[in-house]
Every structure is written in structure tokens, then in C-alpha cells.
Design a binder for this molecule. Structure first.
Ligand SMILES: [Zn+2]
Length: 437
């Protein structure tokens, strides 16, 4: 037993050592050349063929046609001439501290009530590795669901080279109001922990934003709607949470720090408060009415629709929750189509964590295309458009000179068969090859 532990320890040291080494800056940056059979660069309207990408250190130096390209001497050449090469993808709505909590195993509540924080951090470590191996080199992770500032720690572990994972933009604790978040349904005498930071009034709202920004939040996440149900006329009704005044305090504070606010909002009063209060992105937006779409266009609001998560794991059809789940999906499709047609800036996001990390992240592309988005548009929603939302335009989400070398390859042609985006065969992040098969 002791021997087993000893050998396990040495294996762990080797792995950590390898990552720590790769993070150290080297004196003469390594030069890598990728031969790309087809290149979808993340922002051009059409693919290019037979391209050569030169990478020096962690940046892309040049992209040129193979016929005229100069291969630097001593460069490591990676042959992806039979593949489609793309920028590393960006999932702008994830929860690395959730695991698709199975109701049969206690669901969301057990994750907060029973799981030690170290267990949650260990599972988050697996989640970020799963994202990277599927070719998602950046995540905007929109709150830790009761795990405090754990996302800041995971981000530091990735940046320090201790664990593999994507670039993280983190939102820390998120903000909602009394009556606006789980855990709920317990005896009123019990002071239960909540999955988000609870505020009431503009002063508390601003203070929460300040605390979260102070402790490392890259984005602030606000829940503008909470419960939802089927209304008297068969419509989807969502309970609003923060008032416009409360939200404005959060947005004002966050914008002052040069950062942005992501707002969970389904529809109705809460959605309109989100827009009146100046949210930068609407998350889910299940039931966008025409006035909301017009306001989003006017204000340049991003939409992260997270389609897939609403089409699975419905409660039994004969229960109120099941009827609500069915209605949420039923209104989401036309809402998405209206936003798409109107030209709202749609960004790829999945709600992974709400979906178990064992499932393919890229399934969202198929759903977007099924609902009328062109394949190239869907790809750009997860590359250059997401980068623009994250204020990382030209740095990530594009294969172009000067960008970070976050590059993936898939087998097949995703413009003909969107499911090809699920067949990732190569992943490079920050100039380091993470996966090659
Ligand atoms: Zn979410």
C-alpha cells in the first residue's frame, strides 16, 4: 500500500512538473509550423486552403499560402493538411463548479450541502481539462454556484502551469436578491447558504459588485429572473429579481472598473429591467419580445442563448415543472430565430455544468444551425464574435498574425456537416500542443 502511494506521488510530481516547465518562459521562443489543409480563420466569410501558419512562442507570426510560405529553419512542422484548422473555440457560458447535478443523487442542493470545497475544486479541474481537450481554449465561466472565489483559484492554477485548462474569464459568486436563488424550500428558521450573493437595495448591490471585482471577477453575473412557470394564458412567466436601481448600481460600478455585466434573464419584467439597467449580455433570453430585441440592437447587447441545455432532462410531462420545461424550449426556438433575423449579436454559450461535462460541448453548434444559423456564423459566434464580447478582439478567436496561438483542428468539413465540430483531433493553446491524435 505504501509502495502504491509512493509511485502515485511520483507520477503526480512528473505531471505537475511537466506543466510547470511549459509555463516558464524560454529564452529563444520555439517555432512551430502548422500546415492547414483548410483554414477557417474565425473572421473571414470563406475558408482558405493549403495554408501555412508560423507560430513563434505563444503567438501566431504569419499565415500564408503554402505555395509562397517560407518555413523557418529548425521549426517543428505539424501536418494538418488533411484537416480543417480553426481558432481555439470560446464557450461564453459555463459553470466549471457544476457537474449536471443528478436529481437522483441529491441534485443542486447536495453539491452545496455535502461536497467539501476541495472536492468541488477537484471536479472543476476535470471540467476545465475536458473543455480544453474538446478544443475550447477559452471559457467565460459565469459563477461558481456556492463555491465562492474558487474560479479565481482554478484560473490561477491554469495560468501558473499547475493544471491544464482554457483561458478563463471568471464571474465569481454572482448576484441575486432575497427570494432570487437556491437553496430554497427549507424551513424558514434555517439560514441556508445560497448559490449566489444575495443583495437588497442599491447600496448592497454596489457593495457586492465591489467585493467580487476586488477578489478577481473579470465579469459580474447578475440573475435578473429566477423562478419561471406557465401563466394563466399558457405563457412563460418569470419572476423578476433586482430592480432597475439595484442593477444600475452594479452596472455603474462594474463599468467603472472597465468590466462588463452578464445578466441571466428569460423574459418579461426581469428581461426589460436587465436592458433598462444596462446589462452587456443577456444570458438565455428564452422569450425575447420585439421591444427587447429592438433595445438590444440599439444598446449593442450581446445574446448568449444557451439552447441545448433547455432541450434535455425535462421533468415528467404531467407535473408543473415538466410543463414549464416544455414551454421554455417551445418559446426559445422562435425567440432565437427572431434575434438571429434581427441581427442581434449572438455568442456561443452552452451552460456546461448544467449539462454534465461528460457530454460534448460542441453539440450547441448543431442546435444553432438547426434553428437557422449559417455554419460559418455559428463558428464565428464561438470565435471572433465571442472574442469581441470579451474585449479580446484580434487576441483570441482568430488565426491571424499577432493572435495567441490557440488553434484546433477537426476532421471533416464543418461547413457541410456541422457535427464535424465535435471531432476535434488537435488542440494547441498558447503555442503548446495539448492534444494531437
Ligand atoms: Zn448558467
Amino acid at each position: 500500500m505504501i509502495r502504491c502511494l509512493a509511485s502515485l506521488t511520483s507520477v503526480i510530481i512528473v505531471v505537475v512538473g511537466a506543466f510547470a516547465q511549459t509555463a516558464a518562459p524560454s529564452r529563444s521562443p520555439q517555432v512551430t509550423v502548422i500546415r492547414a489543409g483548410t483554414l477557417i480563420d474565425g473572421r473571414s466569410a470563406a475558408p482558405a486552403h493549403d495554408q501555412v501558419i508560423v507560430i513563434r512562442g505563444n503567438r501566431i507570426e504569419s499565415v500564408s499560402a503554402a505555395a509562397s510560405a517560407k518555413i523557418p529553419t529548425g521549426a517543428t512542422v505539424i501536418d494538418l493538411s488533411q484537416a480543417t484548422v480553426l481558432p481555439g473555440r470560446i464557450d461564453s457560458h459555463t459553470h466549471i463548479f457544476l457537474q449536471g447535478e443528478d436529481p437522483a443523487q441529491g441534485g443542486y442542493d447536495a453539491n452545496i450541502l455535502n461536497a467539501p470545497l476541495a472536492l468541488r475544486a477537484a471536479r472543476a479541474t476535470v471540467a476545465v481539462r475536458r473543455a480544453l481537450e474538446q478544443g475550447f481554449t477559452t471559457l467565460r465561466d459565469v459563477e461558481t454556484e456556492g463555491a465562492g472565489y474558487g474560479d479565481v483559484g482554478i484560473k490561477q492554477a491554469i495560468e501558473g502551469g499547475y493544471i491544464p485548462g482554457p483561458r478563463l474569464f471568471v464571474a465569481t459568486r454572482a448576484i441575486s436578491t432575497t427570494g432570487g436563488y437556491m437553496l430554497e424550500g427549507y424551513a424558514p428558521e434555517l439560514d441556508m447558504p445560497k448559490g449566489a450573493q444575495i443583495v437588497d437595495g442599491p447600496v448592497e448591490a454596489r457593495k457586492a459588485a465591489r467585493e467580487q471585482l476586488d477578489h478577481g471577477a473579470d465579469w459580474i453575473k447578475v440573475y435578473m429572473t429566477h423562478r419561471s412557470w406557465v401563466g394563466k394564458n399558457g405563457e412563460l412567466v418569470s419572476q423578476p429579481t433586482l430592480t432597475v436601481e439595484e442593477l444600475r448600481a452594479v452596472v455603474d460600478e462594474t463599468h467603472g472598473w472597465g468590466k462588463k455585466v452578464a445578466c441571466h434573464a428569460y423574459g418579461g419584467i426581469g428581461l426589460h429591467r436587465a436592458l433598462d439597467g444596462g446589462c452587456d449580455s443577456i444570458e438565455h433570453g428564452l422569450d425575447l419580445d420585439d421591444a427587447a430585441i429592438a433595445q438590444m440592437l440599439k444598446q449593442g447587447t450581446w445574446l448568449v442563448p444557451t439552447l441545448s441545455v433547455y432541450y434535455k432532462d425535462w421533468a415528467p410531462a404531467d407535473t408543473p415543472a415538466g410543463q414549464r420545461d416544455h414551454l421554455r424550449a417551445a418559446v426559445h426556438e422562435p425567440s432565437f430565430k427572431k434575434a438571429l433575423q434581427a441581427g442581434v449579436k449572438i455568442v456561443f454559450g452552452t451552460d456546461m455544468g448544467g449539462i454534465p461535462w461528460t457530454e460534448p460541448i460542441a453539440q450547441e453548434f448543431s442546435r444553432m444551425v438547426e434553428f437557422g444559423m449559417a455554419p460559418m456564423d455559428a463558428i464565428q459566434s464561438a470565435t471572433s464574435r465571442a472574442a469581441a464580447m470579451l474585449d479580446m478582439q484580434g487576441q483570441i478567436g482568430v488565426v491571424a498574425p499577432g493572435a495567441f496561438a490557440d488553434i484546433i483542428a477537426v476532421s471533416g468539413d464543418p461547413l457541410r456537416d456541422i457535427k464535424a465540430l465535435e471531432n476535434v483531433q488537435f488542440v494547441m493553446k498558447d503555442g503548446q500542443v495539448f492534444r494531437s491524435k
